[in-house]
Write a protein that binds this ligand. Structure first.
Ligand code: FMN
Length: 382
């Protein structure tokens, strides 16, 4: 086995271990994947301007994210169907986040339920919400999240309709599910994965199952979920959610200054500058490119989080230097989960944390919350 030194190595390991359809579900983006690639390209293009003659023997990497402590400025963002890459994947991921001391956000479309996560952990986690057409479903999800003690509700605003992910379409990993014979054969070839999957506590969208008890198994439930997304979400919808949810509300999927201001007016505690990791509107700009203007416009009125392309601790410093209060990650920890379950997630977090500390030390920055203005710039022209 090759040595794992960075998230790219975890991705390679995930690629080998997962059936093709599952790997492409995690790794891919929407349509031509222009935005997926922009997220990374624009991060890569940024330069870090270092200071020397600074004592970096003590570093501070801790932050709070909507009052929750984070040992580094990163939460594990909502990722649907973690249980498809590792049995009880959401439980394993939430436990790894808890042990590391960072917030974990459970996707609404998860294979383990929020009640499972609450039983398996002691630290309050965040619950993500997709708006469904049926208001009673949303209300019940919010009540369940309240009952299990979630500290924040993360309302995702950019999945009011499904985008096309062509790899998923080709693989038949869409509702109604119709996997291609070649994909089924490919799954059988990944025998350790297939055997591991048998140990899953749940074989369906357990987080949604209480909302539609008649759909007893995954295919009808997936179809119901797929057809149930609310494409009429507007500011009234958010005001309604705000009125029901008693704790912190985070709005995910903000890409413009005017929408960020609207989120403030609606009483959000935080926003996530996010293009869904390049999985929704293709041709959207990279998140790192729109972050500074959004952060500048809203100032301290709301906490500004960022995601999209985070693969290393260096990316965290770049986002913090461009105005983020903290970051979220999707694929980086998912590659770890696919590579080796909870231990793989911990590996991903350790790698990112070490890179963050290396970057701070090498750059002459002691406090991740105070990256000096002018640190992160476009490459100086030659
Ligand atoms: C496989 C996969 C599934 C995702 N599922 C959800 C989800 O259920 N809810 C949500 O709000 N975002 C979801 N996202 C988006 C992530 O929360 C996050 O915005 C994105 O992954 C950030 O980009 P990154 O993967 O480059 O870190 C998903 C992302 C991936 C890769």
């Amino acid at each position: 086995m090759s040595v794992i030194v960075n998230v790219g190595d975890l991705r390679d390991r995930a690629h080998r271990k997962l059936p093709k359809a599952v790997f492409q579900y995690v790794d891919g983006g929407a349509y031509d994947e222009l935005t997926l690639h922009r997220n990374r390209e624009d991060l890569n293009a940024l330069a870090l301007n270092e200071h020397v003659m600074v004592d970096v023997s003590k570093l501070d990497t801790a932050v709070t994210m909507v009052s929750d402590k984070a040992s580094m400025p990163m939460a594990m963002g909502p990722v649907g169907m973690c249980g498809m890459v590792w049995p009880n994947g959401e439980i394993a991921a939430a436990q790894a986040a808890e042990a590391f001391g960072i917030p974990f956000c459970l996707s609404l479309f998860s294979i383990n339920s929020m009640e499972d996560i609450a039983k398996a952990t002691k630290t309050p986690f965040w619950q993500q919400l997709y708006m469904m057409k049926d208001r009673a479903v949303n209300q019940h999800v919010i009540e369940r999240a309240d009952a299990v003690g979630c500290s924040a509700l993360v309302m995702t605003l950019d999945v009011h309709v499904h985008s096309q992910r062509w790899a998923d379409n080709r693989n038949g990993l869409v509702a109604p599910l119709h996997l291609m014979p070649s994909n089924v054969a490919n799954m059988a070839l990944h025998l350790p994965w297939a055997v591991r999957m048998l140990a899953s506590k749940s074989q369906t969208f357990a987080n949604m199952a209480p909302e539609h008890p008649e759909a007893k198994w995954v295919i009808p439930l997936a179809e119901w979920v797929n057809n149930g997304l609310d494409n009429s979400i507007d500011t009234d919808t958010i005001a309604w959610v705000r009125s029901l949810w008693p704790r912190k509300l985070i709005l995910k999927g903000i890409m413009r200054v005017d929408d960020a201001q609207r989120a403030v007016d609606l009483g959000a505690d935080a926003i996530i500058v996010s293009n869904h990791g390049g999985r929704q509107l293709d041709s959207a700009p990279s998140t790192i490119s729109v972050l500074p203007q959004i952060a500048r416009a809203v100032g301290d009125q709301v906490e500004v989080f960022w995601d999209g392309g985070l693969r290393s601790g260096f990316d965290i410093v770049k986002a913090m230097g461009r105005g983020a209060k903290a970051c979220l990650s999707g694929r980086a920890w998912m590659y770890g989960l696919a590579a080796n379950g909870g231990k793989g997630v911990t590996k991903a977090l350790n790698i990112i944390d070490q890179e963050l500390k290396d970057c701070l030390s090498l750059g002459g920055f002691t406090d991740v919350k105070a990256i000096p203005e002018g640190t992160v710039t476009a490459q100086p022209a030659l």
